[in-house]
Structures are given as structure tokens and as C-alpha cells.
Design a protein around this ligand. Structure first.
Ligand code: HCA
Ligand code: CU
Length: 380
């Protein structure tokens, strides 16, 4: 599980997000930020999509980034040639294999798909680029068809095969079973791609790794077609818990927030409030019982250490559910000297007011200050 690679697809899948328009300058900025974060691969929109897409592929290939640059094309000779012409390190081939896609999209038989795949793979091998072969809508494809196709492309010499939950309907158990089965059939690496329509994209990525997958597709904030795919940040949150040594040594976690902010601004969205790690309240503790324990030992109520991501925790005391230990810690922060009895008294005041209206941090601070002025300084 703890030795996976990230195929970062913000500049391919992410361009399929409803709000996305990336000009060249923005693409370059995002590519550099992803590289600096430490992703292994950066996947780009097909050069066949438009003239500018072709130029942008070339531009990003010439930046000299550490990450390997990939482009994502349909499995045919014309697209493969355009991909090679951009100077990429690798080509991600994709074709639909489910009965839906074969009947309602491209209309091709499995025999034809396999024959074309082998031709395209032979051509790409001759060009010296890395090759990945993937089937769209893998979970609604016939298992026997799928495995025999993958066996053939593995034998033809691809570096990776990919499975994609294109419609986001797979569960972790379905993913585990399919990847496990595939692991017994091919020798090459296994990449996985999960849409988030049913909210399982991160769990599915984790299940895929447990079953022997080696590469996970992500995008920043999960942006992509419809509601998108496995988000890079949420996946990092998952994996820093599963494989802390690997994740902390390999990825520059402290850059996550600025990377997300860059992409959020580029597509005019906000970071969701409940986002793992970077959501505004991801490390805010509020209930008195929680706050007390957090102040003694943060791990009591935190599975992730915010400092690993360059962030800090926050203990809220501005509510009726606060407790005197939390208030005491704020009193200390403000440099006010009070006895425990006095802290308990001022806590009661905060609760009294918080029963009537919502309080801001400034409100509670001024309650503490004026209590201090009256009771402590004035009282003696
Ligand atoms: C799509 C294609 C894809 C491809 C995934 C892959 C999908 O936009 O429909 O190449 O592995 O979700 O199937 O993104
Ligand atoms: Cu997709």
C-alpha cells in the first residue's frame, strides 16, 4: 500500500470540470506547482483536442520538470502520432470497453479493439515512450473480455494497464475484487481512476492499493467531469495516515494548501469547508470535552497532525458547549492571570451570553479582558 505513485490529472481530467478554462500561463503555473509538490506524473489533455492543446503539451514538456509528462489519447494511430509529436515521456491510451460505450459511443467490437490496441502499442514502443493502456467504464465491462484484452496488451509490452470507474458507481469491495483479479493476470503496473459520483473515490483508491494497484489518478480538489475524481488533498490525508513515512518523505505536504488555492482561484471556486486538511474547520475543536483532551494531547481527537501540512489547530471557546479548560488556555494565550475559580466564573459568563447569540472570537476575548480588569485587577 505504501509505495504508490500519483498520476496527477488536474491538467487533463481537471480540464473537463465545468468551470475550467486554463490558458497557457495558468497551465504552466499549475504544472510547476504539481512538480514542486512532488507528484510522479502530470497528465495533460489530448493534443488532438485543439490546436492550443497541442501547443500547451509541447510547452509543458519543454519545462524540464522532474515529474514525467503524459498525455491522454484515444487508442488509435492518429492520436498516438500526435501525442508523440508533443515530446511527452508517456502516452495514456484509453478506449471504452463496456457494452454501453461499445453500443452507444464508438460501436467497435472487442476483437477490433484488441487489434488496434496492439498496433498502436507496437508503434509507441518504437518511439520509445512509456505506454499505459486503459479501459473506460471498466466496472461495467465483461470481466472475461476485459482480462483477455489486458493480458494481450501486457504481453505486447505496456508499462501499465489502467482501470477506470468512469461513472463513479464502484464500491471499495468491487474495486478490491477487480484489482486483485487483474493482479493475477498481468505483470505490468496497475493504474486506477475513480470518479466520485457516489462519494467513494478516496476509499476506492485505498482499496485499489490494498489489492495491488501501483498508480492512482488524482486531481487538485478532485475537479473533473461532473463532480470529479479522487482529490489529491483528500488522498494525501488518507495516505499520510496509512503510510506516514512514505508520504511525508515523498510529497511536500506543506505546499498542499497553496496548490489547492492556486487551482481553486483558477477555476473560481472555494476550498470546501469540510475538505480534509484544508477545509477552514478541519482542525477546529469546539466541544469542551474535546478541547480539554486536545490541550493535553492532540492525538486524542486528531488522526492527522496539522503541522505535517504546515497548518495549526484551533480551539474554539466562543460557544455554549465550551469548557473551562479551553477558556483557561485562551486566558493564558492572552497573557491574563486568573485563578481556576475565576476562569470557571468567566466561563459561566461566556456560556450565558452564548446561549443568547452567536459569539465571535473577538467577543469572547473582550469578555475575558473586561472580566480580568474588573475581577482580577480591580478586585484586589
Ligand atoms: C472520460 C475518460 C476517463 C479516462 C480514465 C482513464 C474515464 O473522461 O470518460 O484514462 O483511465 O473516467 O473513464 O477519464
Ligand atoms: Cu475520468
Amino acid at each position: 500500500v505504501g509505495n504508490f505513485k500519483i498520476i496527477e490529472s488536474t491538467l487533463r481530467e481537471g480540464e473537463q470540470f465545468a468551470n475550467a478554462f486554463f490558458d497557457t500561463e495558468t497551465k504552466v503555473k499549475i504544472a510547476k506547482a504539481l512538480d514542486s509538490f512532488g507528484v510522479d506524473f502530470i497528465e495533460l489533455t489530448s493534443p488532438v483536442a485543439s490546436e492550443q492543446s497541442f501547443k500547451d503539451c509541447k510547452t509543458i514538456c519543454s519545462l524540464g520538470l522532474k515529474a514525467k509528462i503524459l498525455t491522454h489519447v484515444r487508442c488509435n494511430m492518429e492520436d498516438a502520432k500526435a501525442a508523440v509529436a508533443t515530446g511527452v515521456d508517456g502516452v495514456d491510451l484509453v478506449i471504452g470497453t463496456s457494452s454501453f460505450l461499445r453500443e452507444f459511443s464508438h460501436g467497435k467490437s472487442m476483437a477490433y479493439i484488441q487489434k488496434t490496441a496492439i498496433e498502436v502499442i507496437e508503434y509507441l514502443k518504437g518511439e520509445g515512450v512509456q505506454i499505459r493502456f486503459s479501459s473506460e467504464d471498466s466496472f461495467r465491462s465483461d470481466l472475461v473480455d476485459l482480462l483477455s484484452l489486458y493480458k494481450a496488451v501486457d504481453a505486447a509490452g505496456v508499462q501499465r494497464v489502467g482501470i477506470a470507474d468512469t461513472v463513479g458507481g464502484a464500491t471499495p469491495r468491487m474495486v478490491y475484487d477487480l484489482v486483485r483479479t487483474l493482479r493475477g493476470v498481468v505483470h505490468c503496473d496497475i493504474e486506477t481512476h475513480f470518479h466520485d459520483d457516489t462519494g467513494c473515490a478516496v476509499a476506492n483508491a485505498h482499496a485499489a492499493l490494498e489489492a495491488g494497484a501501483t498508480h492512482i489518478d488524482t486531481s487538485v480538489l478532485g475537479i473533473g467531469e461532473r463532480n470529479g475524481i479522487t482529490p489529491l488533498g483528500a488522498f494525501m490525508a488518507r495516505m499520510v495516515v496509512t503510510a506516514p513515512e512514505y508520504v511525508k518523505s515523498k510529497y511536500n505536504l506543506k505546499e498542499l494548501k497553496s496548490l489547492e488555492t492556486l487551482v481553486a482561484d483558477a477555476v473560481q471556486i472555494n476550498i470546501p469547508f469540510n475538505n480534509p486538511v484544508t477545509g477552514f474547520c478541519a482542525f477546529t475543536h469546539k466541544a469542551g470535552i474535546h478541547a480539554k483532551a486536545i490541550l493535553n494531547n492532540p492525538s486524542t481527537y486528531e488522526i492527522i497532525n496539522p503541522e505535517d501540512f504546515g497548518l495549526s489547530r484551533y480551539v474554539s471557546i466562543s460557544s455554549r458547549i465550551t469548557g473551562w479548560n479551553a477558556v483557561k488556555s485562551r486566558v493564558d494565550q492572552l497573557g491574563l492571570k486568573m485563578s481556576d475559580e475565576q476562569v470557571k466564573e468567566v466561563t459561566a459568563k461566556i456560556k450565558q451570553l452564548a446561549d443568547i447569540r452567536p459569539l465571535a472570537i473577538d467577543d469572547t476575548d473582550s469578555i475575558l479582558r473586561s472580566f480580568h480588569a474588573e475581577q482580577v485587577e480591580g478586585g484586589t
